[in-house]
Write a protein that binds this ligand. Structure first.
Ligand code: WT7
Length: 663
C-alpha cells in the first residue's frame, strides 16, 4: 500500500463530510473531546446509554489482573433481550429487523416481533435438548435468518456460541467442536451457493462420526444434539436421538422464555481465527463490554438512524464482521438490515445493486476484495440501478487501495457518499480505527484515526512511538484496554499472553500483528500483517495451517507457503512443495490440481493455493528455518533479495528456473 503522491486523476485528496450528513450526524467532534477528557467515564456513559442493564454497573474497568480485563463487572444483562425484547417493549415490534433475500429469489421479512417469538422458542428448544447456561453451542449455518435466531437463542440462555464458517471442512468443524467442547451443533440440510443447493449436513455427520477420515476409530465428540434447519429440502442422513429438525423443535417449544440475566463478563461467544501457528485460536468475547462496543461503533461509524436507515453488511455470519455488524451491532441499535444468502454474481453480476435498489439501502459495509471484483466486472452493471439512497459506505478486512476507494465512492456512492475504512480484528470485537462520516475529512487509502475512546500508536521494534510523518513502517499497537477486547484464547491463557502482550510487555501494549505508518497529518496507514498470517479476500489464513494440510497429502514431503500480492484478493496463496520419491515423475499440473483440491477439503476452498510449484529444495537458513521472504520474491516475480544467510545459495536459482519453466 502506498500513499497517493500526486493528484493524477484530478481527484481531490481529501473529502470533507457532506453538509447535510454532518448536520444530522449522531456523532460530532464533541465525542473526541469527551473521550479525551475522561476515557473511562466516556465508556461508562456509552454502556449506560446504549444498553439496558438488569443491574446497572458501578465499575467501568478492572485492569488489576492485566492482560485479563473486566469491564462493567458488577453489571448484569442479557444480550438477546438487548437486541430484541427492549425494542418490542418500546413499541417497535412491527419494525423490520431483517429483509432477508435468498439466493434463488425467495425473500422473507422478519420484524422485531417475529424475532422475539422465534428467539424465545429457540431458547426453549435448546433448553429442552439439555443445553445449559455456560455450555458451548457450535453454529454451522449458511446465511439464513435462522442463523441470527440461533445466535440470539444461545445468548438468551447464556450458552456461548461458537460459529464455524459454513465453508469450512468437516475436519475444521471437528477441531473447533473439540476445542470448545460444544454440546450441540446447529446446522442446516444445506444452503444455496452459486445457483446450486450445497449440502451441509454431511459435513456435520462426518465431523461427529466415531470413524475418522482415515477409517480409524476415534473418540465420540462432546456433541449430544444436532438441530437441523431445513433450507434446501435435500435428503439428509439422520442419527436418531441426536438429530432434530429445527422447525419441529421450535414448533413444539413454548413461545415464552425468560432471558437469563448474566454477569457482564459472562462469555458471549468463542470465534476461531488463524494465528501464526497451525492451531486456530478460540477468541473469547464476553457480554457487557463487547455489546457496548458493538452498539457504539455501529451507531457512530455508520451514522445510524434506526427509524429511517436500511443497513446492509455483506459479510458472512461465520466471521467476526457477521457477528458484530450483522447480528449484535444492528440489532442492539434497533436497525433494519438486509441479509443476503448467496454470491454476488448469482444469477447475474448486478445482484447486489438490484438488492440495494429494491430495499433502498442507505448504509453498505463490505470488503475491498469485493469492491475490486465489482471493478473488474465493470461499472455498466451498476449504472442501470438507482443507488441514490446510499449515504455511507464502509470497508473492512484489508487495506483498501486508493483506486478501489475512489471507485467505490464514485460508482457506488454516486460521488456523494463518505467511504469509511474500518480497521479492527476478531480479537478487538469491534471497529477500532475509522473516520466518523459526519466529522472526518476522508483520505483514500488510510484508515485514519482511532475512534473516540480507543488508544492507538505506531511504534518501532523497541516500542518507541514513531512521530507523525516518520518515513518507514512500524507496528500498530493498542495502548489502552477497550470494552470489546478479547478476554483470552479459549483454554489457553499462556498463548493469549504470548501472542498479544509479550511483544511490548514493558509498555503494557497490545500487539496487533499489523505493520503501519503515520503520515504527516497523523493519519494511520495499515501495511498488512507482519507475522505468518496471510490475508486472502479479507480472511485470515496461517501459512502453517496450509503447510500442514499440504504435508498431510501422501505425495508431499515438504511444503512452504507464502501470501503473494494479488490484484483482486489482496493476497493469493502460493505453495512450494517437495514431492516424495513415490510421486516423482508425476504430471506437475495434475499434482498441482490434486494438492489444491486437497487443501480445499482439509481446510476450506478459501485456503486453496492460487498456485502450487513443485521444487526440489526450499531456501533455508543454516538453522533450518524456511526463508519465506525469498519465496515471496519469487511468487511476486521480483528480484530475489539477500540470500547470504541461506545454507545453500544455489537453491533460489533452481526455484526461479522452475518457476519460469512452469509458466
Ligand atoms: C486483520 C484482522 C475485522 C474484521 C475482518 C477481518 C486486517 C482488517 C483492515 C483495514 C487494513 C485490515 C488486519 C487485521 N484488516 N481490517 N481496514 N485495513 N487491514 O478480521 O480475520 O480478525 O483479520 O485483517 O491485518 O489484523 P480478522
Amino acid at each position: 500500500m502506498t500513499q497517493p503522491a500526486t493528484d493524477s486523476h484530478e481527484q481531490p485528496q481529501s473529502y470533507p463530510p457532506p453538509a447535510d450528513l454532518a448536520a444530522g450526524a449522531v456523532a460530532t467532534a464533541a465525542l473526541y473531546e469527551e473521550a479525551a477528557a475522561d476515557r473511562l467515564a466516556f465508556w461508562g456513559r456509552q454502556a449506560a446509554e446504549l444498553l439496558t442493564w438488569d443491574t446497572a454497573p458501578t465499575q467501568v474497568l478492572d485492569w488489576s489482573d492485566a492482560p485479563f480485563a473486566r469491564w462493567f463487572a458488577d453489571g448484569k444483562l442479557n444480550a438477546a433481550a438487548n437486541c430484541v425484547d427492549r425494542h418490542v417493549a418500546a413499541g417497535h415490534g412491527d419494525r423490520v429487523a431483517l429483509h432477508w433475500v435468498g439466493e434463488p429469489g425467495d425473500t422473507l421479512t422478519v420484524t422485531y416481533a417475529d424475532l422475539h417469538e422465534q428467539v424465545q422458542r429457540a431458547a426453549n428448544a435448546l433448553t429442552e435438548l439439555g443445553v445449559r447456561t455456560g455450555d458451548r453451542v457450535a453454529v454451522y449455518l449458511p446465511m439464513v435468518p435462522e442463523a441470527v435466531v440461533a445466535l440470539l437463542a444461545c445468548a438468551r440462555i447464556g450458552a456461548p456460541h461458537s460459529v464455524v464458517f459454513s465453508g469450512f471442512s468437516a475436519q475444521a468443524l471437528r477441531d473447533r467442536v473439540d476445542d470448545a467442547q460444544a454440546v450441540a451443533v446447529i446446522t442446516a440440510d444445506g444452503g444455496y451457493r452459486r445457483g446450486e443447493p450445497a449440502p451441509l449436513k454431511p459435513a456435520v455427520d462426518a465431523a461427529l462420526a466415531t470413524t475418522g477420515p482415515d477409517g480409524a476409530d476415534r473418540a465420540p465428540s462432546s456433541v449430544k444434539a444436532v438441530l437441523v434447519v431445513r433450507r434446501t429440502g435435500g435428503e439428509v442422513a439422520w442419527t436418531e436421538g441426536r438429530d432434530h429438525w429445527w422447525h419441529e423443535a421450535l414448533e413444539a417449544a413454548s413461545a415464552v422464555h425468560e432471558p437469563v440475566s448474566v454477569e457482564a463478563e459472562h462469555p458471549l461467544f468463542v470465534l476461531y481465527t488463524s494465528g501464526s501457528t497451525g492451531k486456530p485460536k478460540g477468541i473469547l468475547h464476553t457480554t457487557g463490554g463487547y455489546l457496548t462496543q458493538a452498539a457504539y461503533t455501529h451507531r457512530n461509524v455508520f451514522d445510524l438512524h434506526p427509524e429511517t436507515d436500511v443497513y446492509w453488511c455483506g459479510a458472512d455470519i461465520g466471521w467476526v464482521t457477521g457477528h458484530t455488524y450483522i447480528v449484535y451491532g444492528p440489532l442492539l441499535n434497533g436497525a433494519t438490515s438486509v441479509m443476503y444468502e448467496g454470491t454476488p454474481n448469482t444469477p447475474t453480476q448486478d445482484r447486489w445493486w438490484q438488492i440495494v435498489e429494491t430495499y433502498g439501502v442507505t448504509k453498505l459495509y463490505t470488503a475491498p476484495t469485493t469492491i475490486r471484483t465489482f471493478m473488474k466486472w465493470g461499472e455498466e452493471l451498476v449504472s442501470g440501478h438507482d443507488l441514490s439512497t446510499l449515504q455511507v459506505l464502509g470497508s473492512v478486512g484489508e487495506p483498501i487501495n486508493p483506486e478501489a476507494w475512489t471507485w467505490y465512492r464514485r460508482v457506488i456512492g454516486g460521488d456523494r457518499t463518505p467511504v469509511v475504512d474500518t480497521w479492527w480484528q476478531t480479537e478487538t470485537g469491534g471497529i477500532m480505527i475509522s473516520a466518523l462520516p459526519g466529522v472526518t475529512s476522508l483520505k483514500p487509502g488510510s484508515a485514519q484515526v482511532p475512534l473516540p475512546g480507543i488508544g492507538v500508536e505506531v511504534v518501532d521494534d523497541e516500542g518507541r512511538v514513531l512521530p507523525a510523518g516518520h518515513e518507514g513502517a512500524g507496528y500498530l499497537v493498542l495502548t489502552e484496554p477497550w470494552p470489546g477486547m478479547l478476554r483470552g484464547i479459549w483454554g489457553d491463557d499462556e498463548r493469549y499472553r504470548d501472542t498479544y502482550w509479550s511483544r511490548f510487555r514493558d509498555q503494557g501494549w497490545y500487539f496487533a500483528g499489523d505493520g503501519a505508518r503515520r503520515d504527516a497529518d497523523g493519519d494511520v496507514w495499515l501495511l498488512g500483517r507482519v507475522d505468518d498470517v496471510m490475508n486472502v479476500s479479507g480472511h485470515r489464513i496461517s501459512t502453517t495451517e496450509v503447510e500442514s494440510a499440504l504435508v498431510s497429502h501422501p505425495s508431499v514431503a515438504e511444503a512452504a507457503v507464502v501470501g503473494a500480492s494479488d490484484p483482486t484478493t489482496g493476497q493469493g496463496i502460493v505453495a512450494f512443495v517437495i514431492l516424495r520419491e513415490s510421486a516423482h515423475g508425476a504430471d506437475a499440473a495434475a499434482v498441482g490440481k490434486e494438492l489444491r483440491d486437497h487443501v480445499a477439503r482439509e481446510i476450506s476452498p478459501i485456503a486453496k493455493p492460487r498456485q502450487v510449484l513443485v521444487v526440489t529444495e526450499l531456501p533455508k537458513t543454516r538453522s533450518g528455518k524456511i526463508m519465506r521472504r525469498l519465496l515471496r520474491d519469487v511468487a511476486e516475480d521480483r528480484q530475489v533479495g539477500d540470500v547470504t544467510t541461506l545454507a545453500d545459495s544455489s537453491v533460489m536459482a533452481s526455484i526461479q528456473a522452475g518457476m519460469r519453466s512452469g509458466k
